[in-house]
Design a protein around this ligand. Structure first.
Ligand code: XMP
Length: 560
């Protein structure tokens, strides 16, 4: 039987990699929650917590760094301090933290020479033995023998950690021993001799850290004794139970953009609420990709949507955009019109005042850039409904539900698959709210939309058909985001015996892990040449194709 509430709590002190800690542990099958580092640790927050991770921070423990609620040291719960987290524990518990003479950064050799001797923390040290696979550490759940104490580990153990710190421990807090040392001679791993408290000066959550996953797994399964109970089936059950209490018999309205998040949110509502209570609204701005609206409609109908409201607003959007060329003006017009149409159409549905508004907000939308959750105001999903009076009013009335707000993007995709959302939708590349309008540089018209839509569809279809060079998957799956951009440039070409001035199209394909930074996808030239040829042969208005080789930064992903 699954333990519903078992979780690892992560105190966020502002490190850029805090969200990654949560994600890694979730990938092991254990639920994690990230809260602001100074959140008061009430009983409600601590319920089900099997261990606490203290994150890194850009601050110093002796100078302005956030201080956690002292209760973390009173519960006897397992603690893992990472970088600042370790320094914080040290400073709070009577040790000393001071600036390093020279910053330790990047790959650093660490030698583990001790295992904390008499405590059960010894089981943690299996993490550093390269002969022990991750799989074995993941299997060591509750009730299993610990093993792997010093009896079978032969010290010293060595590995390359990933570090980024300018402070160090110059005196350990009472009760702690130094179990690992960096090549430069500074404490790298410390462990309490009686309590299940461990600190590492490096970042096991960063992929460059050797044994990083093993280190987190050893803490979670051997020290905290968690079980692997966090599954998407479990999540659906929790949402079902939660919604039945929050929503009661009231209708729920979800605005669908056609992207992964809102479609999976729709699927989840349809799965967990009576179908007649779920209203899904999709506004076709006329700035969508080829066959997008039909695709959204059929995907949602397949999922059992009964009240699907598709609003065709192409004429209104194109009329408003007529003659506009400034990128920001175009964005503002689209945003404002979207809100106007949304309000008008929602009113037209005639739902009772008590209806709930659902949003496809993800966990990462709430914890972006180390802001932490809990204290901070919740961010609003940055689709069209930013600052929407409708969302604001519903939030004020306590009538917003965000059924994906505990999930990472990968988990949303897995949930989508579990709920039967088409693989095509689940793997779809991100698409900006203003749609093709920000991919047509200059004026947006029905004609330019038509040209871009055709060219873009050829590009995307080809990426889906073609394999990556080692044959392991499609180009589409290897790329984070790919699209075509129509430029306001005409260029000379030949058509039969005459000169022809065709339009110029730019192709863009980037790899990224979150859209914040991006690298250009290094296409095999053959694919680019063939795809460009297909576009100019098929879309007669286009005379020339270029490939955008700009990374982000300095460029952005979109052109406008
Ligand atoms: P940029 O162009 O800023 O894009 O590098 C980063 C990511 O955000 C998407 N994007 C948007 N998404 N509304 C959205 O929902 C928007 O107005 C918007 N503008 C850009 C972009 O496609 C990329 O994935």
């Amino acid at each position: 039987m699954m333990n519903k509430t078992e979780k690892i709590l992560i105190l966020d002190f502002g490190s850029q990699t805090t969200a990654l800690i949560g994600r890694r542990i979730r990938e092991f099958g254990v639920y994690t929650e990230i809260i602001a580092g100074d959140t008061p640790l009430t009983e409600a927050i601590l319920t089900g917590v099997k261990g606490i991770v203290l994150s890194g921070s850009p601050e110093s423990a002796y100078d302005g760094g956030v201080v956690p609620d002292k209760r973390i040291y009173e519960r006897g719960l397992p603690l893992l301090g990472i970088c600042y987290g370790l320094q914080r524990m040290t400073a709070d518990l009577g040790g000393l933290v001071e600036p390093l003479p020279k910053v330790e950064y990047g790959g650093v050799e660490v030698e583990i020479h001790d295992d904390g001797q008499k405590t059960e923390n010894r089981a943690f040290f299996a993490a550093f033995d390269t002969s022990i696979p991750l799989k074995q550490l993941l299997e060591s759940g509750a009730g299993k023998a610990y093993g792997c104490g010093s009896s079978i580990l032969s010290f010293p153990l060595r590995f390359t950690a990933w570090m980024s710190h300018g402070d160090t421990l110059t005196r350990l807090a009472p009760g702690f021993v130094q179990a690992g040392t960096s090549a430069a001679g500074f404490p790298a791993v410390v462990v309490h001799q009686e309590k299940p408290w461990i600190g590492v000066q490096f970042h096991p959550e960063v992929s460059h850290c050797e044994r990083g996953n093993e280190i987190l797994a050893a803490f979670v399964f051997r020290v905290c004794r968690c079980t692997r109970a966090w599954t998407m089936e479990h999540y659906v059950e929790e949402v079902r139970n939660g919604l039945s209490v929050t929503v009661g018999g009231n209708p729920v309205l979800l605005l669908i953009s056609g992207g992964v998040d809102s479609t999976v949110a729709g699927a989840l509502l349809l799965k967990t609420l009576p179908g007649e209570h779920v209203h899904l609204m999709y506004i076709d701005t006329g700035l969508m990709r080829k066959h997008e609206t039909e695709g959204v409609k059929s995907a949602l109908e397949k999922l059992g949507a009964k009240n699907l409201h598709i609003i065709n607003a192409e004429t209104e959007f194109l009329a408003a955009l007529k003659g506009k060329e400034e990128p920001e003006a175009k964005r503002a017009i689209i945003g404002d019109l979207f809100i106007t149409i949304q309000e008008r159409e929602v009113a037209r549905l005639g739902l009772p005042e008590s209806y709930f508004l659902a949003q496809g907000t993800l966990y990462t939308d709430l914890i972006e850039s180390g802001k932490g959750v809990g204290k901070k105001a919740r961010l609003i999903k940055s689709h069209h409904n930013v600052g929407s009076p409708l969302v604001d009013a519903k939030r004020k009335a306590g009538k917003i539900i965000e059924p994906l707000d505990r999930l990472y993007k990968d988990e949303v995709r897995n949930l989508g698959r579990l709920l039967g959302v088409d693989e095509d939708v689940v793997k779809r590349h991100p698409f900006p709210g203003p749609g093709l309008a920000v991919r047509i540089v200059g004026e947006v018209t029905k004609e330019t939309c038509g040209i871009l839509r055709e060219a873009d569809a050829i590009f995307i279809d080809e990426l889906k058909k073609r394999r990556v060079p080692d044959g392991t998957g499609s180009l589409y799956d290897a790329i984070w985001q790919a699209f075509a951009v129509l430029l306001p440039v005409r260029s000379v070409g030949v058509a039969g015996d005459s000169r022809k001035y065709g339009r110029v199209l730019a192709l863009r394909a980037i790899v990224s892990s979150d859209g914040m930074t991006a690298d250009v996808y290094p296409f095999p030239m053959k694919d680019l040449l063939e795809i460009a040829g297909m576009i100019t042969n098929t879309v007669k208005e286009i005379g020339r194709v270029t490939y955008d080789i700009s990374s982000k930064p300095p460029a952005t992903i979109e052109w406008e």
